[in-house]
Every structure is written in structure tokens, then in C-alpha cells.
Design a protein around this ligand. Structure first.
Ligand SMILES: NC(=O)c1ccc[n+]([C@@H]2O[C@H](COP(=O)([O-])OP(=O)(O)OC[C@H]3O[C@@H](n4cnc5c(N)ncnc54)[C@H](O)[C@@H]3O)[C@@H](O)[C@H]2O)c1
Length: 252
């Protein structure tokens, strides 16, 4: 599918990986809807890229429906792309020094990362299904962001890994179900990427993680992530797959 002339919803589009995808889509001639809980940052990015800022918490069903309706109303381009990048990655042990992890801490990560991604998928696919079909009946694509922690999660990543494993597991059944509308579903599972989220970790931890990648032996860049997202949007045969983007890293 061509990006030029298509409108895209990018959750978490105000920072890191989502921001890089927004820049790529705007460069390619698409219109970006920057959906983020960080309203001032979403506004700044949308203004710079000629897009539309959508202030929304991805866990809110009605706010998501309203954000997509607003994007469709204000866009002159057909809505065809959902890019799920909103997420959080706090680390906490199941049993820590203060006893068991509070259930709310686990639920919060599942709610934002997994249920938030599904929220954009459910509302986004219903809207994309109403657009006129393109070549071969294709209407659009939904790309979510998992993590290598979906497959080799470390100690302290129980909630995060479970949320990302859910996103990975959702990919194939969603691709199968949405195929009747000509909507493809894909997931990227990045390794350690150089974004504000990673910058929140202690420098020693980040240095240690970056060195684990066999080649290239460094953090991934948001632009490398956006390049894969671009290929996924443009290559119609890509569907129902989770692709690792990680320099062959395997978290110990
Ligand atoms: N950076 C990494 O190393 C890495 C590795 C693997 C996977 N990921 C995943 O990639 C995605 C993007 O991460 P990033 O590194 O760009 O992080 P980031 O912190 O730079 O960006 C995340 C964005 O999501 C927004 N957000 C958070 N909660 C939200 C909510 N409830 N509703 C709406 N917006 C919300 C934030 O405001 C922020 O703008 C996340 O899902 C993350 O888990 C990141």
C-alpha cells in the first residue's frame, strides 16, 4: 500500500519509536494523527509535521473512538494505517523486598500495552473497513509494537513480557479475522532501542544491554524501526507476522 495519500493513527506518536514513524509517514506524503497522553508534545509534533494532535489515553474506549472519528473528520485522506507505539516499561519483581507485586501494578502494564493496543486495533479496523478498497481489495494495515521481551523476558519483566506476549499472540488471529476487510496485521518486536524510554534506565544497565547484540553491537535507532514499519505498510504480502528487529539480541 502506498503511504502517500493515506491518513495514519500513531499511538505514542509524540516520542521515541512512534515519533520516528510519524516523521517517516509525513515525509512519504501521508497525514499523521499523533495520539498521545502527553498533549503538549503531541501538539508540537503534529504542528511540525502538518498532522493532527489527538489527546487520548489508549486505555479509554470512548476517547479512542472519538479520536479516530476526529482524525477521519479532519483528514482529507482516507484513514488506512494504525501504528501502535504507546507503551510503558516499568520493571518490578513478582515477589520483591516489600512482598508480592500489587495486582494494580501488573494490571496497569497490561492495560496500557496490551489492551491499549487492542483498543486502537478494534476502533481503527472498524473505521478502515469503511474505506474504499485499493488494489487487490487492500484497505489498510495495523502494526503493533511488542518487544523481544515477549520471547526472552528478564527478571522484573513479568508484567511487561506478558503484555508484549499478548500483542504477539494477537497478531495472527487478528490478521485472519480482518483479512475479509483487506486489512493486514503485523507486529514489530524491537530489541533495545535508543529512545526516551530506554534513556530512563540507568546508564550501566543500558550499556550492558546494548553490548548483548551480536551485530550491530549497539542500540537500535528509531529510524531503523520506522524503516521496517514503512516496509510493512508498503509490502502487501507481509501479514500475520511478528518480526524481531534486534541485531540478533537474545536477552539472558
Ligand atoms: N525503547 C526500547 O528499547 C523498546 C524496546 C522494545 C519495545 N519498545 C516498545 O516500543 C513502544 C514505544 O516505546 P518508546 O521507546 O518509543 O517509548 P517512549 O516513552 O519514548 O514513547 C512512548 C509514548 O507513549 C505515550 N504513552 C504512554 N502511555 C500512554 C497512554 N496510556 N495513552 C497514550 N499514550 C501513552 C507516551 O506519552 C510516549 O509519548 C512501547 O510500546 C515500548 O514498550 C521499546
Amino acid at each position: 500500500m502506498k503511504i502517500e495519500g493515506a491518513a495514519a493513527l500513531i499511538t505514542g506518536g509524540a516520542s521515541g519509536l512512534g515519533l520516528a514513524v510519524a516523521e517517516m509517514i509525513a515525509d512519504a506524503g501521508g497525514l499523521v494523527g499523533i495520539l498521545d497522553i502527553n498533549e503538549p508534545a503531541a501538539r508540537e509534533v503534529a504542528e511540525r509535521l502538518g498532522g493532527i494532535a489527538l489527546s487520548c489515553d489508549v486505555t479509554n474506549e470512548h476517547a479512542m473512538d472519538a479520536a479516530i472519528a476526529e482524525l477521519q473528520d479532519r483528514s482529507s485522506m482516507a484513514f488506512r494505517i494504525v501504528m501502535n507505539c504507546a507503551g510503558i516499561g516499568p520493571a518490578k519483581r513478582i515477589v520483591g523486598r516489600d512482598g508480592p507485586m500489587p495486582l494494580d501494578d501488573f494490571a496497569k502494564v497490561i492495560n496500557i500495552n496490551l489492551i491499549g493496543s487492542f483498543n486502537a486495533m478494534r476502533a481503527g479496523s472498524a473505521a478502515i473497513a469503511q474505506t474504499p478498497p485499493l488494489e487487490e481489495g487492500e484497505r489498510g494495515v495495523i502494526i503493533s509494537t511488542a518487544s523481544v521481551a515477549a520471547f526472552d523476558g528478564q527478571i522484573g519483566q513479568a508484567a511487561y513480557s506478558a503484555s508484549k506476549g499478548g500483542i504477539a499472540a494477537l497478531t495472527l488471529p487478528a490478521a485472519r479475522e480482518l483479512s475479509r476487510f483487506g486489512i493486514r496485521v503485523l507486529t514489530i518486536a524491537p530489541g533495545i532501542m535508543d529512545t526516551p524510554m530506554a534513556a530512563g534506565l540507568p546508564e550501566k544497565v543500558i550499556d550492558g544491554l546494548a553490548k548483548l547484540a551480536p551485530f550491530p553491537n549497539r542500540l537500535g535507532t528509531p529510524q531503523e524501526f520506522a524503516a521496517l514499519a514503512q516496509h510493512m505498510i508498503e509490502n502487501r504480502l507481509m501479514n500475520g507476522e511478528v518480526v524481531r528487529l534486534d541485531g540478533a539480541i537474545r536477552l539472558p
